[in-house]
Design a protein around this ligand. Structure first.
Ligand code: NAD
Length: 332
């Protein structure tokens, strides 16, 4: 029994067996829960108990990342981008953090005394539309004053070097859309704002399809605006926490994933939404080399081939530059 469990552990936590991990999580959720509980408990045990009670020690197998290992892995990550052509990138609020836009986590993520996760709901809008609108109005102003950072630019550079490229962003800001590399931007076909766009204002009347882009409206929309057609309230064109994503957007992603990707790059997201994890893991299970960039550990980290615990604007340009500049085959 011990040997059997040890066998599962051995494979489950192997850094290069992410497909096996995804398989166990998907089809054997109970075993997956045991394995993870064991891993978490073991981390808090004193060393002697740890050795006596725990059946598995990654260092026995030489998996613990030495500096040399890490360099080799980074090289592999760069190589995987450099040689491959079908890439999916998934981003979250973290990629815009270095442009000065707060994420939803941590103290700086609070708006006045409100938790944005509570405000970003249809329910909150129905109860107190003015307050919710004010929250979005201030976020719009903040986004207008911010610029794409080096990570947004690196993604455009990466896209220009791929045969097929799809960016799935959870961000409602327009920094990905505004980012330019050598005068070029991402095309509409290359980017999906899965949680909508903050600058779109649309009518709340189910029988009215009025919609406009308020990107250049400035102070005009400080007060909750009314629909010029039917006089109902307008609302921001974002997907709130208690709403479903746009079905067409989801279909576009599923369609992209029907063919295997070479690389899936996940940047600056806690990956709390199950569909985000599902899309990433689908790409990984179908053979994509999975790279995550995030200063913190996330729910996806243990599946990644390579986790880079650094800020996106620092590391991504280096990663993409090296991959693109060296050209295919440079690593021999
Ligand atoms: P999140 O706030 O839950 O998590 C942000 C993640 O980014 C964390 O894991 C954090 O460790 C990481 N991070 C912080 N700084 C980073 C950096 N410099 N480089 C790389 N990673 C960094 O964000 P989420 O997972 O995107 O989910 C929250 C929801 O909030 C999403 O629906 C998103 O649409 C919305 N949101 C959007 C914006 C925006 O559009 N800019 C801002 C805040 C929240």
């Amino acid at each position: 029994m011990r040997a059997c469990y040890r066998y599962w552990l051995t494979f489950y936590f192997h850094p290069h067996r992410n497909a096996f991990r995804a398989y166990v999580d998907w089809f054997f959720p109970t075993v997956s829960a045991w394995l993870q509980r064991d891993e978490e408990k073991a981390a808090t045990w004193p060393a002697r108990t740890f050795r006596r009670q725990r059946f598995f020690d990654p260092s026995e197998f030489g998996w613990i990342g030495s500096e040399k290992d890490k360099r080799v892995q980074l090289r592999r990550a760069i190589q995987s981008i450099q040689e491959k052509t079908r890439v999916m990138v998934v981003t979250g609020a973290g990629i815009s953090a270095e442009s000065g836009l707060p994420t939803f986590r941590g103290k700086e993520g609070y708006w006045r005394k409100w938790n944005p996760r509570r405000l970003a709901t249809l329910e909150a809008f129905q109860r107190t539309p003015e307050i919710v609108w004010q929250f979005y109005y201030e976020r719009r102003q903040q986004i207008r004053q911010s610029e794409p950072n080096a990570a947004h630019v690196a993604i455009v550079q990466l896209a220009l070097n791929c045969a097929e490229f799809l960016l799935v962003t959870q961000n409602v800001d327009d920094l990905h859309d505004r980012a330019e590399y050598q005068g070029q931007r991402l095309s509409n076909g290359q980017i999906i704002h899965i949680h909508g766009k903050i600058f779109v204002s649309r009518c709340t009347n189910p029988n009215c399809d009025f919609k406009r882009n308020d990107r250049n409206a400035g102070d005009v929309e400080a007060e909750l605006p009314r629909c010029p057609r039917c006089n109902w309230n307008l609302r921001p064109g974002v997907v709130w926490f208690d709403e479903d994503n746009d079905h067409n957007d989801e279909e576009r992603i599923e369609k992209f994933l029907t063919k295997p990707c070479d690389v899936v790059l996940v940047i600056g997201t806690t990956a709390t939404f199950d569909y985000i994890r599902r899309w990433v893991l689908t790409a990984a299970v179908k053979g994509a080399w999975f790279i995550e960039i995030n200063p913190d550990k996330t729910r996806l980290s243990r599946f990644a081939h390579h986790v880079i615990h650094r800020r996106a604007a620092r590391v991504l340009p280096q990663l993409v530059n090296e991959a693109v500049e060296l050209g295919p085959g440079s690593f021999g």
